[in-house]
Design a protein around this ligand. Structure first.
Ligand code: C2E
Ligand code: MG
Ligand code: MG
Length: 668
């Protein structure tokens, strides 16, 4: 766990307190002769360490929760061994088990667990000592009652201190963490187990040779608990992804909504992958299954998420404990970004987009079924509004911070009218001579409330609306005007702009491009238009037509994100292109050794044969650049060269990084 200062301070206080208890009890206890307790200390101490070493994993979001049977040997120790020895032994056993188990436990976590056990059992001993004489030679009914009472205190202290440290670490509400912990850890079972401790001591006092019986009893209980928990996990988990299933989601929603003080503060985000059927068809079901597991893992690793359930197929439900429109939208945006990052499976890069429908309690319903129904209709709307990532919040949100349907669309009109949109530019460098041969214009939207919104999120949403041509006009106009200014300062390279499928249906597109170029006195071959591969697939006919028109203007035609659009190569034949932009996923794929390298080589060969300029995007390290150079790639773009920068920063960057200043690149 990432530890903050407050967590460290808290653990330091606990460790000091545990050491204090150890010192004070040692000083105030008259230790009985060694032979009266040393064997009990060793045997029960060892059993304690074993119980700590073999926890029973519990169903939980992080999978980090576990149930241990330490209460049994712990109380057997308390009944048979002097208090300071128990306190010390318990601490040492926890440290040892933590270290030896190699479960990647951090020092601070081990220190916390050790101090916590010492303190909790120390406090248990104080309660126990009020009722029975320790070490207990006679075990009677009152000993059992005392163990149960003392055990309750021990368990409560453990639950409270654990919740406190988690709340400090995650900045979460203490009461909420405590309640979750109590629900998850099944304190009832711990309580029942406690009564085994006096029984174990009875066996021990009767005949020490019966130690194997004690071990067998503990193994039997351990196995039974493990199987019980496994059965529950099986019933509530989806076998494919290991995530909670629909039934677990129902339970969790009911559990969260039962709580009065949460005020039904809960939203359900229904996430559905776009075009997943196509991936299954083209790459096979096993591939699709592995992809689903990766998507699930990414969702589950996200912050601010309470539960991620796999509902089957390509649908996931994500529970978020808030229902304010801004907050939920922010989570939805992060979620789409996380899912949309490329995946690499066997060196093959895949990219999937998703859509999200949102429903919130109490406005949209008060159980999982009702929320899912509303979220599903929102999802359908989201999918209908745009083929690419889109979020749709339910009408229940209309009364929240912002009025109306909180879709990206409404607000984007304001952005276009105001000054919330700008272009950043990212340089492209020739691998042959290091000259800067091009700049790519990348759109930025600084939203007054949500801050910077990634183009990947809103561009897709605009795809099927009339706003898209307006937006593209804005981008081309601005980019060409900036290019004209840069050319006056000596820049001779090209300017690339991204267009979308919707622009292909604008019959005047090529004319508009010609107008802009003429207005700024820019030769056609200095502008390159980038179209993503998936767009070519969906609109082959229109794409071919528009590309021919642009070719007549000498404007460059680039195939963006090549390799992620599932196009068959024959679909690309007959489309007059000048450039192939190799998606970042293939550069990432280089890490996968030979297979990644071969795929990249094949793409570069293809580009060469088709006489297309090869541009690799997303180049982040010198190693990647060298590999690309070796494989014969012509141009690179990526953070290694420069991050996209504001218009004002470009001349300075060019002066410092492009001494040649003489680069030219001709569109074919
Ligand atoms: P794209 O055209 O493939 O743009 C490249 C994306 O990769 C940009 O993301 C860029 O910031 C990012 N990038 C560049 N170098 C690196 C690198 O080294 N590592 C990593 N991890 N990323 C790198 P951005 O700006 O978020 O744009 C995302 C997509 O949004 C673009 O992908 C493009 O498809 C679309 N887009 C951007 N601007 C426009 C626009 O004006 N119109 C249209 N229709 N689409 C746009
Ligand atoms: Mg691009
Ligand atoms: Mg790209």
């Amino acid at each position: 766990m990432p530890t903050n200062l407050r967590v460290r301070a808290f653990v330091a206080v606990l460790v000091t307190a545990a050491l204090g208890v150890l010192v004070v009890t040692t000083a105030t206890t008259d230790l009985p002769p060694l032979d009266e307790w040393i064997w009990a200390a060793l045997v029960f101490g060892l059993l304690f360490a074993l119980a700590e070493y073999y926890p029973i994993p519990l169903l939980g979001r992080s999978g980090a929760n576990a149930f241990t049977m330490t209460a049994v040997p712990g109380f057997a120790l308390l009944l048979t061994t002097p208090l300071p020895v128990t306190v010390g032994l318990v601490g040492v056993a926890v440290c040892l088990a933590g270290r030896l188990s190699g479960r990647g436990r951090s020092t601070i976590r081990t220190a916390f667990n050790a101090a916590l056990s010492s303190l909790a059992f120390g406090l248990g001993a104080l309660i126990l000592a009020l009722v029975v004489d320790l070490p207990a030679t006679e075990i009677g009914l009152e000993t059992v009652a005392a163990v149960l009472a003392a055990g309750t205190v021990t368990l409560s202290l453990t639950a409270v201190l654990t919740a406190a440290v988690i709340a400090l670490d995650q900045g979460a509400a203490f009461r909420r963490v405590l309640r979750d912990g109590v629900a998850l850890n099944d304190l009832g079972t711990h309580f029942l187990l406690l009564s085994l401790a006096p029984m174990v001591v009875v066996i021990w006092n009767y005949d020490r040779g019966l130690v194997p019986v004690i071990v067998v009893v503990m193994i039997a209980v351990h196995r039974a608990s493990r199987e019980g928990i496994a059965a529950r996990t099986f019933a509530l988990n989806d076998p494919l992804t290991g995530l909670p299933n629909r039934r677990a989601l129902d339970e969790r929603v009911a559990q969260l909504l039962r709580r009065g003080d949460e005020q039904g503060c809960l939203s359900l985000l229904l996430v559905n992958l776009d075009r997943f059927g196509m991936i299954n068809d083209k790459l096979g079901r096993p591939f699709g299954d592995r992809l689903l597991r990766l998507v699930g893992r990414r969702l589950d690793a996200m912050a601010h998420v309470d539960t991620v359930a796999h509902l089957g197929g390509d649908s996931f439900a994500v529970l978020v404990r808030r229902h304010d429109a801004d907050g939920v939208r922010a989570v939805a945006v992060q979620l789409l970004e996380a899912v949309g990052e490329p995946y690499v499976l066997d060196g093959v890069p895949v990219q999937v987009d998703a859509s999200v429908g949102v429903a919130s309690a109490p406005a949209d319903g008060s159980d999982a079924a009702a929320l899912l129904l509303v979220a599903d209709t929102q999802l359908t709307t989201a999918k209908r509004l745009g083929a690419a990532p889109h979020i749709h919040l339910s009408g229940g949100h209309a009364s929240a911070a912002q009025p109306g349907r909180l879709s990206v669309l409404g607000e984007f009109e304001d952005a276009l009218a105001g000054d919330q949109l700008r272009l950043d530019y990212q340089p492209q460098v020739d691998l042959g001579d290091g000259a800067v041969v091009g700049l790519e214009a990348l759109l930025r939207w600084r939203h007054p409330q949500h801050g910077e919104i990634a183009p990947g999120v809103f561009v897709g949403a605009l795809e099927h609306t009339d706003l898209m041509p307006t937006l593209t006009r804005f981008v081309i106009d601005r980019a060409v005007a900036d290019l004209a200014a840069l050319r006056r300062q000596g820049y001779v390279g090209t300017m690339s702009v991204n267009i979308s499928a919707r622009d292909l249906h604008n019959r005047r597109f090529a004319d508009e491009v010609a107008d802009v170029l003429a207005r700024h006195g820019i030769p056609g071959d200095r502008l390159t238009v980038e179209l993503t591969e998936s767009t070519f697939v969906t609109d082959q006919e229109r794409a071919r037509h528009v590309m021919h028109e642009l070719a007549e203007l000498q404007v460059g035609r680039s195939l963006d994100d090549f390799g992620t659009g599932y196009s068959s190569l024959s679909a690309l034949a007959g489309i007059p292109l000048t450039e192939l932009k190799i998606d970042r996923a293939f550069i990432v794929g280089l890490q996968h050794g030979a297979s990644g390298m071969s795929i990249l080589q094949a793409i570069l060969d293809l580009a060469e044969r088709l006489e297309l300029t090869s541009v690799a995007e997303g180049v982040e390290s010198p190693g990647e650049r060298q590999a690309l150079q070796r494989l014969g790639c012509q141009v690179v773009q990526g953070y290694l060269i420069a991050r996209p920068m504001g218009r004002e920063a470009v001349p300075g960057w060019l002066a410092a990084n492009d001494p040649a200043r003489s680069a030219t690149r001709t569109a074919g």
